[in-house]
Design a protein around this ligand. Structure first.
Ligand code: SF4
Length: 369
């Protein structure tokens, strides 16, 4: 049985359910997963369909975490209504808006009063020069900082999301101070998966990733905020090597209660703006549509999700790895480079003892349009 913390059986429910409300956004960030568009798609889930999705999500169990993402979720004029509806259904509602002018004091206050539990902003550099260059938008850094302060003023817990690539990795030490000064409760560090516009960015090497993960473990010991990685479950392997504990039950939970690496379809599910259900926003293989089948049924019973939760399906280096039950590698990154979601994660430097098979390379990018 795959479990997070002590309570969540990831065969039955995701730790995180993301709903991409829309792909519309006013920004054109370099790393954008979706190549965001200026206008809303006519096939987006309607308000009524969204409410049905939230009702279904509540069937996963009490306090299911739902992240409203985009594009920019604030482009939709029913976003507050949906937050309130989710809260009434017993969900933990959080949101990742874009750093635009629509994220003003009134909106943040309304979201807090509607029951939103956390607001996540993206900061990919510690100053305007680094962040705005990365985002492709002058003024984005100041706008995002303003939003972060508005969240603090409204009493809304703040999460900071940062992308790690060759373009940003040198700024990470300075980011620690910024995240602390903003009073964030969580720093989410996303290790680039080259899909969407993110293909113009350069992933760091596996060796550099290893050093970053070791450094993050050190930072976590003294930080005033929690740290979690995204698409880098091998941080659990790094921790297991440091502590000598190899099974999910033995390892200590991280700042959001994970004892094992959260991977696509195993603790994680993503519903697109048109209702397609994916194992992650970075693994473009749909397992069904919420217009035809409950998201709970798709998560628990679809062939794709069931196969992704089975460590025995892993191949290559990940398949031979003694840490596969606590890590499992990024299935999204494996798919982006090979077209096979069960292949090895090319960002991992670890080679199991006596493993003599092929090693994945990051040179070939086959991510799906
Ligand atoms: S080889 Fe695969 S399963 Fe093992 S630590 Fe690396 S990414 Fe994780």
């Amino acid at each position: 049985m795959a479990q997070f913390g002590q309570d969540i059986d990831t065969d039955r429910r995701p730790l995180v359910l993301i709903w991409e409300l829309t792909q519309a956004c006013d920004l054109s960030c370099k790393h954008c997963r979706v190549d965001a568009q200026p206008s809303r798609h006519p096939g987006e889930l309607s308000t009524a369909e969204g409410k049905r999705l939230l009702d279904e999500a509540s069937e996963f169990g009490e306090g299911q975490l739902v992240v409203l993402s985009g594009g920019d979720p604030l482009v939709r004029d029913d976003v507050v209504e949906l937050v309130e509806y989710g809260v009434d259904a017993g969900l933990q509602m959080t949101m990742t808006p874009s750093g635009t002018e629509s994220l003003d004091a009134e909106t943040v206050q309304t979201l807090e009063e509607g029951g939103l539990q956390r607001l996540a902003v993206s900061l990919d550099g510690p100053d305007p020069a680094s962040h705005d260059t990365f985002r492709g938008e002058a003024g984005s850094f100041e706008q995002t900082l303003r939003a972060a302060h508005l969240a603090a003023d409204a009493g809304l817990p703040l999460q900071v999301n940062t992308t790690v690539s060759q373009e940003t990795v040198r700024h990470l030490p300075a980011m620690v101070e910024l995240v602390a000064n903003l009073g964030a409760v969580l720093w989410s560090v996303f290790f680039l998966v080259p899909v969407g516009r993110g293909r113009v960015l350069t992933p760091i090497s596996p060796e550099r990733a290893e050093r970053v993960m070791e450094w993050l473990a050190e930072v976590q010991r003294d930080a005033s905020f929690g740290i979690k990685t995204t698409e880098a479950p091998h941080d659990r392997r790094v921790l297991a090597q440091q502590t000598g504990r190899r099974s999910a039950h033995e390892t200590a939970p991280d700042s959001i209660g994970r004892r094992m690496g959260i991977t696509a379809g195993n603790g994680f599910a993503f519903v697109s703006h048109t209702g397609l259900v994916y194992p992650s926003g970075f693994l473009p293989e749909a397992a069904g549509s919420v217009r035809e089948r409950s998201v709970v049924d798709i998560y628990r019973n679809s062939d794709l999700f069931s196969a992704l939760r089975e460590p025995a399906n892993l191949t290559g280096k990940c398949g031979a790895c003694p840490f596969k039950s606590v890590c499992g590698g990024s299935r999204s990154r494996a798919f982006a480079y090979t077209g096979d979601p069960h292949a090895s994660d090319p960002l991992c430097a670890y080679v199991p003892t006596e493993y003599e098979g092929s090693r994945p390379v990051q040179a070939v990018d086959r991510s799906v349009e």
